[in-house]
Design a protein around this ligand. Structure first.
Ligand SMILES: *Cc1c(COP(=O)(O)O)cnc(C)c1O
Length: 327
């Protein structure tokens, strides 16, 4: 499938020297937080495919949804604007939100921002986006609706490619990673990595650290997205995917999606000071906290391996919670 090239790819892989020494394990990070500035993070790898599909088919408005601090919505709005498309986002809120972080950027970049409540979001975000689309059609637009996190069969190809990029970087570096770890929120990032690992028999352990729903939920989501993506990979038509190789760890969700525990914020502080690397509170902070804990005695990742953690971005979501840090 064709895509646009707007992300800064390939993203660097760096060794985290101080954490590696502390953990007795070779720990590396892949800087998908460097994919861009306005478009930074993991979503742009998926959006490169969806944008191509939208524009090739004559659509001129992107509609998508997410939490109030959605990185996905911000990246969609930025990318749409870069291509001269209009954008509209449906954001889930509990109360009137302060204009900060990703929400501020959505407004700055000129998106039409709409709000809905938590129950409306979980029960009828699809219908609400469809109503928005209908409204825009009446004004003469041709709207393209992108699901939460751009996690559909086409979007996941962005992370299928990312695993290919990793395999090429391994050759250049003269090493192989036995384990790849990534935060999992809507499942498309994990699904692409998993699918490539399966189809190309890389034999890696690919671990998704859940930040919202449980393991069973994500196994189903990943299974369904990756089977869907096979349609775009004709050479693998009818391939059998090993469902038991989908490894989602749901022990580090904490007190809920986008809610932080003090120990998670302390961990973000620790990594910042040890490595000069800033994690976000919603995804990468929880996922790396999970990885760090699983590398402790009694954890389920053995010491001594070569581990690649994918930094999927999210920096703009850190500033709105700066007041929760204890100094
Ligand atoms: C969306 C997001 C993820 C999770 O990716 P999914 O494909 O939704 O599972 C991880 N990290 C960051 C920073 C994100 O914005």
């Amino acid at each position: 499938m064709e895509k646009y090239d707007i992300a800064n790819l390939p993203t660097k892989i760096q060794r985290l020297n101080n954490l590696s020494e502390e953990l007795g394990t070779d720990l590396y990070i892949k800087r998908d937080d460097f994919t861009g500035s306005e478009i930074s993070g993991n979503k742009i790898r998926k959006l490169e495919y969806l944008l191509k599909d939208a524009i090739d088919n004559g659509f001129n408005l992107l509609i998508t949804c997410g939490g109030i601090q959605s990185n996905h919505c911000r990246a969609t709005v930025a990318a749409a604007t870069m291509f001269g498309l209009k954008s509209a986002v449906l954001l889930r809120i509990d109360s009137q939100p302060p204009v900060v972080g990703n929400y501020f950027l959505d407004k700055l970049l000129g998106a039409d921002v709409r709000f809905c409540t938590r129950p409306e979001y979980s029960n009828s975000r699809g219908e609400i986006m469809e109503q928005m689309a209908e409204e825009y059609r009446k004004q003469g637009y041709k709207p393209y609706v992108i699901p939460e996190g751009a996690s559909n069969a086409l979007g996941t190809l962005g992370y299928y490619n990312c695993m290919d990029e990793i395999a090429r970087q391994e050759k250049e570096m003269g090493m192989t990673f036995d384990t790849v770890v990534v935060a999992t929120g809507s499942g498309g990032t994990y699904a692409g990595l998993y699918l490539y690992n399966e189809l190309h028999r890389l034999g890696k352990r690919v671990i998704g650290m859940a930040v919202c729903d449980n393991t069973e939920y994500f196994v189903n989501v990943v299974d369904s997205i990756s089977h869907g993506a096979l349609e775009f990979l004709p050479e693998y038509k009818g391939a059998v995917l090993d469902r038991s190789a989908i490894e989602i760890n749901d022990k580090y969700i904490g007190i809920g999606y986008a809610l932080s525990r003090p120990e998670e914020l302390e961990f973000i502080k620790k990594v910042a000071r040890a490595e000069g690397v800033i994690l976000d509170p919603v995804y990468t902070g929880k996922a790396m906290y999970g990885l760090y804990n699983e590398l402790q005695p009694g954890g389920n990742i053995p010491k001594g391996g070569k581990i690649l953690f994918i930094h999927t971005g999210g920096l703009f979501g850190l500033f709105p919670v700066s007041g929760q840090f204890v100094w």
